[in-house]
Ligand binder design. Structure first.
Ligand SMILES: NC(=O)c1ccc[n+]([C@@H]2O[C@H](COP(=O)([O-])OP(=O)(O)OC[C@H]3O[C@@H](n4cnc5c(N)ncnc54)[C@H](O)[C@@H]3O)[C@@H](O)[C@H]2O)c1
Length: 421
C-alpha cells in the first residue's frame, strides 16, 4: 500500500484529537499515512503529541517548531489543526511546498483568508480538504439519503435552533475573540455546512446579532470543577486560562436563511442561553418532516408523514432507502454499512469521524475519488457565518455572493487588517 508521509501542524486540543483519529484508522488497518512530524511552536504540545504517537504507531514523529522545518523530513501532506488565525498562512505555505493539506474548520479566519488559500490552490493539482466532521456522521448520511430519496417530498423549510452556554467559556478564550474566531464562526461553520449539505446552496441571510455575555467564566481557571471537555483533552490548557475574561466576539445570532431551491431556514445560534437548553434541527417537506438528532450523538432520526400519523424512528428508516450504504471506512469504523443509530462514548465517536476524514484525505491524494468537503465548500461555510455577522452590521439581508466576493466586508475589515490582509 502506498504510504503518505504526514505532519500534524498544531498540537493543541484538536491536534491531539486528530492523532486519536489517525490511530483509530491505523487500528482498523485502513491508514495510508505515516506520521513523520508534530509541528507546534509550543514545545510541550508538540512533544505531548509525539509521545502519544510513539505509543500508537511504535515510532516517534520528529518534533519541529516551524512548518519550514518539515521540508527535510520529506512530508507530502500536512494536517493543519492550529487556531484559525494561522490557517491561511500555513495553508498557502504548504501548497507552495507542493504538499496536500487538510485544514480544520473554519478553513480561514475570514472570507479573504479563505480566498487567499483558494488562489494558492488554483491550478496546483493538490488536494485541500476541510476537516468538517459533522456531515460525516453516519446519521447525517442517512438523513441526506432520506432527503435524496424524496421521503419527505420537496424540502420547504428548515429549522436549526441551538440555545445554551450561559456565561461559560466555550472550550478556550480564543473562541470568544473576534480577531481569533468568535463562537458564531467557530460553531457556525459546522451548522452552515450542515444546512447546505441537507438543503443545497444558501443564497442570502438576514440576521440579528447580539453580544449578550461580555464576560465569560472558565471554571477550570477558577479552580472549580472543570466543564465537560470534548474528548477529554482540554482541561490541562483551561487550567492555565483566566477564570473570567472580557470577550470581543458576539455570541448570538437570530436569522432567516434563503436557499437557492426556494426553501427557507430559521436559524438560531445562541451561545448565551440561560435556563432550558434548546436543540432542534427539523426539515419540513411537501410529504413529511425529519427531526434530526444532535451531531455525533448516534441518536436516531424521527420521520413524520401522513399528517403525523406515520412516525418512524427505528430500523424501518433503512427500508425506505434500500440503496443507502456508508463508505468502506465509515462502515468499518462504525460497525455496519447501513446504520440508523450507534452508541459509543463521545471520544470514540469523535475519533472515528476524524479517522473517516483522514481516509477521505488519503483517498483523494491517491486519486481514488474527489475530496468530500473541498475548499470551495469550506469557504462557503465561512461566508455563511460572516453573512450573518455582516447582515447584523448592514441592517439588511446580505447575499452570499457579495460576501464571497468580498464586496460586503464591514464586519471582517478590522480582522483582515489585523491579519495584514
Ligand atoms: N471539527 C471539530 O469538531 C473541531 C473541534 C475543536 C476544534 N476544531 C478546530 O481545530 C482548530 C484548533 O482548535 P483547538 O481547539 O485545537 O485549539 P488549541 O488552542 O487547543 O490548539 C491550537 C494549537 O495550535 C498551535 N499553533 C499556533 N500557531 C501555530 C503555528 N504557526 N504552527 C503550528 N502550531 C501552531 C498552538 O500552539 C496550539 O497548540 C481550530 O480551527 C478549531 O476551530 C474543530
Amino acid at each position: 500500500m502506498e504510504r503518505i508521509p504526514l505532519a500534524i501542524v498544531g498540537c493543541g486540543g484538536m491536534g491531539h484529537r486528530h492523532l486519536y483519529g489517525l490511530a483509530e484508522l491505523h487500528r482498523a488497518g485502513l491508514s495510508r499515512f505515516d506520521l513523520v512530524a508534530a509541528c507546534d511552536p509550543v514545545a510541550d504540545n508538540a512533544n505531548s503529541l509525539a509521545d502519544q504517537a510513539a505509543e500508537f504507531f511504535g515510532r516517534r514523529p520528529a518534533v519541529v517548531a516551524d512548518m519550514a522545518d518539515l521540508v527535510p523530513l520529506g512530508v507530502a501532506a500536512v494536517d493543519i489543526t492550529t487556531t484559525p488565525r494561522h490557517h491561511h498562512t500555513l495553508g498557502v505555505t504548504a501548497l507552495e511546498h507542493g504538499w496536500h493539506a487538510m485544514i480544520e474548520k473554519p478553513v480561514g479566519l475570514t472570507v479573504r483568508a479563505c480566498n487567499r488559500i483558494r488562489q494558492a490552490a488554483a491550478h496546483r493539482g493538490l488536494v485541500v480538504s476541510v476537516a468538517e466532521n459533522y456531515r460525516r456522521d453516519p446519521i447525517n448520511r442517512l438523513a441526506r439519503a432520506l432527503l435524496d430519496a424524496g421521503i419527505i417530498g420537496t424540502p420547504r423549510f428548515m429549522v436549526h435552533n441551538t440555545v445554551g452556554g450561559g456565561n461559560q467559556m466555550l472550550i478556550s478564550v480564543w473562541r470568544h475573540m473576534k480577531d481569533q474566531s468568535g463562537v458564531l464562526l467557530d460553531v457556525g461553520v459546522h451548522y452552515a455546512d450542515m444546512m447546505e449539505y441537507f438543503m443545497g446552496p444558501i443564497t442570502s441571510v438576514y440576521a440579528q446579532v447580539r453580544l449578550h455575555e461580555p464576560v465569560r467564566h472558565n471554571p477550570a481557571g477558577a479552580g472549580e470543577e472543570p466543564q465537560a471537555s470534548p474528548a477529554g483533552v482540554y482541561t490541562r490548557w483551561q487550567k492555565q486560562m483566566p477564570a473570567d475574561f472580557e470577550v470581543t466576539a458576539e455570541d448570538a445570532v437570530y436569522a432567516t436563511v434563503n436557499f437557492a431551491s426556494g426553501a427557507v431556514g430559521q436559524y438560531i445560534e445562541d451561545h448565551a442561553g440561560h435556563g432550558k437548553g434548546l436543540w432542534s434541527r427539523l426539515i419540513y417537506g411537501s410529504l413529511g418532516s425529519l427531526d434530526l438528532p444532535h451531531d455525533r450523538s448516534g441518536h436516531p432520526i424521527t420521520l413524520y408523514r401522513e399528517q403525523g400519523r406515520q412516525v418512524v424512528d427505528d430500523g424501518r428508516l433503512l427500508d425506505l432507502v434500500p440503496d443507502f450504504h456508508l463508505n468502506r471506512a465509515t462502515a468499518t469504523l462504525f460497525g455496519g454499512d447501513r446504520l440508523w443509530r450507534y452508541d459509543f462514548p463521545f471520544a470514540e465517536t469523535d475519533r472515528k469521524l476524524i479517522a473517516v476524514e483522514y481516509d477521505d484525505f488519503a483517498g483523494a491524494i491517491l486519486g481514488e475519488h474527489p475530496i468530500d468537503v473541498d475548499l470551495d465548500q469550506g469557504t462557503r461555510s465561512v461566508a455563511v457565518s460572516y453573512a450573518m455577522l455582516e447582515s447584523g452590521v448592514a441592517g439588511r439581508p446580505v447575499t452570499l455572493d457579495e460576501v464571497l466576493n468580498e464586496q460586503v466586508d464591514a464586519y471582517q475589515r478590522e480582522i483582515n487588517e489585523g491579519l495584514g490582509l
